[in-house]
Design a protein around this ligand. Structure first.
Ligand code: BTN
Length: 314
């Protein structure tokens, strides 16, 4: 009682930390031990990692403990006139959103949930290319960690061993011929393991730290969320400037090299519910998936959910 805090109050506090994802051991007479593994995002580590950035200036990074959705908060900021390069990060979302009206679940303290405000001077029809750009940047940072099997699945999934490490939700406001702003929201499973997720989601998702451990990859140090986010933002920025200056072609080539989508039989459910089947032939100059149907025809898919119905072909 020297600090004027009762045992019961400490135990309640520890329980709250455990619920928040901290691994804390307890032993009689020794008290509590934090087993490490998760730590809050350190804005200092992030600031340090962004020193060279022109777009993602450290003062444009906003860190929250809880939000409804970082995409929604980024939208509020964009509407209020905040500049391109504003980044909204949170530990926990109460209404995290995925593509196609789904929800996004991410245990706090371990993962990345953030959104970026962009104001690109591009045709609104090109905005889906920003999803592909984000996938490339995410894949490059993940590959730098030493992961052996990584693949981009059209249009927005970062996969390993058939399971999803992360996803991207790009939203846009504007007129038919002008983009006012775009919000790129990213959810990525970085630390810990799948046990932190609800059981029904576990078979289809992967957590980078767990997969690296399973693959026996030895890291120079623990994965750190602030450094990982900074590395992502630096990589994204480099690709974004290339994209604005040179167009989609270099990005398209890089995306294709990182993808596992080509040559496979797929079933695609479009945003309108229409189902198309065929073999994936290419990604066209605009970022649409081109399928070859059983009758030899070609179909261009602008948006939808891809399901692989065959393994990789050659
Ligand atoms: C998907 O794969 O369906 C896209 C998932 C995108 C989730 C992220 S988490 C941060 C941002 N805020 C949201 O509400 N959604 C995105």
């Amino acid at each position: 009682m020297r600090l004027g805090v009762s045992r019961a109050a400490i135990s309640k506090g520890i329980e709250r930390l455990r619920e928040a994802g901290f691994r804390i051991d307890s032993a009689p007479r020794r008290g509590y031990t934090w087993l490490g593994g998760e730590e809050p995002l350190w804005p200092e580590a992030l600031r340090e990692g962004l020193r060279e950035c022109r777009l993602f200036r450290p003062e444009r990074i906003r860190v929250h403990e809880v939000l409804d959705s970082t995409n929604t908060e980024a939208e509020r900021l964009a509407e209020a006139g905040h500049p391109e390069g504003t980044v909204v990060w949170t530990e926990r979302q109460t209404s995290g959103r995925g593509r196609l009206g789904r929800s996004w679940v991410s245990p706090p303290w371990r993962n990345l949930c953030f959104s970026i405000v962009l104001r690109p001077a591009v045709d609104p029809r090109s905005v889906a290319q920003l999803t592909l750009l984000s996938g490339v940047a995410l894949a490059e940072v993940v590959l730098a960690s030493g992961l052996r099997d990584l693949a981009l699945k059209w249009p927005n999934d970062v996969m390993t061993g058939g399971a999803k490490l992360g996803g991207i939700l790009t939203e846009m406001r504007g007129e038919v011929d002008r983009v006012r702003y775009c919000i790129v929201g990213i959810g990525f499973n970085l630390l810990g393991d799948r046990l932190a997720f609800p059981p029904e989601l576990r078979p289809r998702l992967a957590v980078l730290e767990e997969v690296l451990h399973q693959q026996g990859v030895s890291l120079p140090g623990p994965l750190h969320r602030g450094s990982f986010l900074a590395a992502f933002l630096r990589t994204f920025e480099a690709w974004y400037f290339t994209y604005l200056q040179e167009g989609f072609a270099p990005l398209r080539a890089r995306w294709c090299a990182l993808s596992n989508t080509f040559g496979r039989e797929v079933r695609v459910v479009g945003a309108d519910g229409k189902v198309e089947t065929g073999r994936v032939r290419t990604l066209d100059e605009e970022g649409c998936l081109v399928l070859e149907t059983a009758s030899g025809g070609r179909i261009r898919v602008l948006a939808g959910e891809v399901e692989f119905t065959s393994p990789v072909y050659g």
